[in-house]
Design a protein around this ligand. Structure first.
Ligand code: 6GU
Length: 225
């Protein structure tokens, strides 16, 4: 899979996408990430990519021309299944959306800044608008890193058996059950006996019950569908 990201602050994306499982995905050749600085498509020698908004009001808006030029130049080379705009007024990101995106070959992600991007780019180029929650970040980069991480770890071959995504929270709309490691008694706080019993069937049942209980208590919305 190939993901291209357009940003005015590429530094914000680099570290999160170059460690741990994302690094492994890249090293294995399963995920290619290309980060593009929007300034290379700026309209003048000052590197301008934003301007005042029509109608007045505080805050700058990202100009349509650099973005259109960037999208068109990259699309000519690659061709995208989805052009995603990261924005707090987008559709809420979910495990289901991560699953869907992970089945695409090529994604282009646009990170907004300031008051956002000119509406015409959203109308004429963007195919999906995605938010990671109901709060405002100073730019789309951290949100894009979240989305790319959630997608990257789902690509076949990225995770091994031990880290398999099949048992993650949210797969099957259930949160993950509690987990324990050694020692079995830590400061008198004991690991549930069942996990030490060796009875795999009982353990599986217990984990399922715990997952349902956690989901009921913490995220009952997940159980509705
Ligand atoms: Cl995608 N962008 C920004 N700037 N803020 C957000 C967001 C995205 N999702 C939640 N808050």
């Amino acid at each position: 899979m190939r993901i291209d990201i357009i940003s005015v602050l590429p530094e914000l994306l680099e570290s999160p996408l170059n460690h741990s499982i994302m690094k492994r995905a890249k090293d294995k050749g399963l995920l290619e990430i290309h980060i593009h600085h929007l300034r290379q498509w700026a309209v003048n020698e000052y590197g301008q990519v934003d301007d005042y908004q029509y109608g007045g009001g505080a805050g700058m808006v990202m100009m349509p021309e650099p973005l259109a030029n960037a999208i068109e130049a990259l699309s000519k080379d690659v061709g995208y299944d989805e052009i995603i705009y990261m924005t707090p007024d987008g559709e809420d990101f979910s495990q289901g959306m991560a699953n869907q995106f992970s089945m695409k070959e090529r994604l282009l992600i646009i990170c907004g800044h300031y008051k956002g991007i000119d509406q015409r780019i959203r109308d004429h180029f963007v195919t999906r608008e995605v938010s990671i929650g109901n709060y405002v970040l100073s730019g789309g980069e951290l949100a894009a890193a979240v989305v790319v991480d959630a997608i990257g770890r789902l690509l076949p071959g990225v995770l091994n058996n031990e880290t398999s995504a099949l048992f993650d929270s949210f797969q099957d709309n259930l949160l993950a059950p509690p987990v324990y490691t050694r020692p079995a008694d830590f400061r008198g706080w004991k690991v549930p006996d069942i996990l030490l019993s060796g009875d795999l069937k009982k353990i599986e049942e217990w984990r399922y019950e715990q997952a349902v209980q956690r989901t009921t208590e913490r995220k009952p919305d997940l159980l509705k569908d």
